[in-house]
Design a protein around this ligand. Structure first.
Ligand code: HEC
Length: 123
């Protein structure tokens, strides 16, 4: 009788572990995007996603916090300036010749939001 109780506990512990494992394997779900970022998504998809959905040319991937951690302290204005002027292999204004500074700022704000969520694109 004294041995039955530990075995029963072990069974519960193992089934609990199994459920946790499944939850960790499942793709993380993006929460619904706040309305303030909808315009930024549109700019991002048309002029930035070609590089930033992956890490093409060394671009920091959308939503992948480790790639953004050292860039976030630059602040939104500094990051927008990097995009406007171009940086490294990123051409000035990304893929969009006609994009306004406000639109670049919207795209960057969306990218900062996604970096902090830390749910990488493509998951
Ligand atoms: C042709 C590929 C490409 C496109 C298109 C592109 N990027 Fe980039 N982006 C890069 C690369 C590469 C880097 C890394 C530059 C470096 O640090 O050398 C980068 C870096 C950045 C950074 C960080 C800048 C910093 O100062 O650390 C931001 C913000 C950014 N991109 C936003 C954008 C936005 C917004 C768009 C669309 C308007 C865009 N990118 C389009 C390739 C691209």
């Amino acid at each position: 009788m004294t041995r039955l109780i530990p075995l029963w506990l072990l069974a519960v512990a193992l089934s609990g572990c199994g459920q946790q494992g499944e939850a960790e394997d499942a793709a993380p779900q993006l929460p619904p995007t706040p309305a303030e970022h909808l315009a930024g998504i549109a700019v991002y998809e048309s002029g930035c996603a070609s590089c930033h959905d992956s890490s093409r040319d060394g671009a920091p991937r959308l939503g992948y916090l480790p790639a953004w951690e050292k860039r976030l302290p630059t602040g939104p204005e500094g990051l927008v300036q990097s995009v406007a002027e171009g940086k490294g292999l990123m051409p000035p204004r990304g893929d969009l010749a006609d994009v306004s500074d406000d639109q670049l700022a919207q795209a960057v704000a969306y990218m900062i939001y996604r970096a902090k969520l830390n749910i990488p694109a493509g998951h």
